[in-house]
Design a protein around this ligand. Structure first.
Ligand SMILES: N[C@@H](CCC[C@H](N)C(=O)O)C(=O)O
Length: 289
């Protein structure tokens, strides 16, 4: 089967995008397709697969599959890229419109520079802080409402966890120097830790000052990526909860792939602004069907 695709990235967090308005794929093929296209040696190479689809509730719908074939509820970089793709392909005609993800419907606004979409702002909605909804368990069975700087032993590392859901689960650990963050060891151990029954995206944050943080991520289902939009939002929410940055102010999140501008507004909504870039388009020759 020959499948037309577009490769896009948001700060290096790259996915293969398929236009589901035109291409009809069977549900049971999607996890394997995600694994196959993501393989850098035998596929195209990506952090996963994203489908742009018609929606009953919004102007366009996003579905995201990680590199390991698992489907996620949300993807910040994916939302910005789907917004750009929908605008570029003419599925939406206005610069503000709605995008549906599995976690809910969000507002998107594309910014044009000489007629081309460069930056996209997404209203990511309100973070979820209740432990049971992240979801996160305790080893002791205690049921504190929020998870803020909770002692979290993993292997030899004595860490403190702050947990936030942006529709998908995140845990944030603070480090003194982002260059020394134990991402290769703690990332995979925490993502599979029994305290997170659905797995978790693992973020390390170094606070630079009250308007800037450094950030690295181990993504559930994809491993280390250059950027994670929902992760950057979770990191800013966590940094407000820990009194490192003020609520209501814009925070620059420095990720491996570049900067995202995140604001946790007084009304509770998290705004994310950043680039969306188209890299290539072509046909993927899928041998399996
Ligand atoms: N890279 C994404 C998040 C993708 C999904 C995540 N790995 C999960 O399993 O929840 C982003 O930009 O938010």
């Amino acid at each position: 089967m020959n499948i037309p695709f577009t490769k896009m990235h948001g700060l290096g967090n790259n996915y293969i995008y398929i236009d589901g308005f035109k291409v009809d794929l069977k549900e049971e093929h999607l996890p394997n397709l995600a694994k196959d296209v993501s393989n850098v040696f035998t596929g195209i190479g990506s952090d996963g697969l994203i489908l742009m689809l018609p929606s009953d509730f919004a102007d366009v719908r996003m579905r995201i599959f990680n590199k390991d074939g698992s489907e996620a509820m949300n993807c910040g970089n994916g939302l910005r890229c789907v917004a750009k793709l929908a605008y570029d392909l003419g599925y939406v005609k206005t610069q503000t419109f709605k995008v549906e993800a599995k976690s809910g419907v969000v507002d998107a606004e594309v910014e044009l520079e000489q007629g081309l979409v460069k930056n996209v702002t997404i209203d990511m909605g309100q973070p979820i802080l209740e432990r049971s909804q992240i979801p996160m368990k305790t080893l002791t069975g205690a049921e504190e409402d929020h998870v803020i700087q909770e002692p979290f032993l993993v292997g030899e590392e004595d860490l403190y966890a702050t947990a936030v859901s942006m529709g998908n689960p995140h845990v944030v650990f603070y480090v003194d120097d982002i260059a020394d963050a134990p991402i290769q060891t703690v990332g995979p151990a925490v993502t599979d830790d029994q305290r997170f029954p659905e797995g978790v995206n693992v973020e390390f944050v170094e606070v630079v000052n009250d308007s800037e943080i450094n950030f690295r991520v181990w993504e559930r289902g994809s491993g280390i990526t250059q950027a994670c939009g929902t992760g950057a939002c979770a990191a800013v929410v966590s940094s407000v909860l820990n009194d490192y940055v003020p609520k209501g102010d814009e925070v620059t999140v420095h990720l491996d792939g570049g900067d995202l501008m995140i604001t946790w507004k007084e009304d509770g909504h998290v705004m994310m602004k950043g680039p969306a870039v188209t890299v290539a388009s072509g046909e993927y020759y899928w041998q399996k069907i």
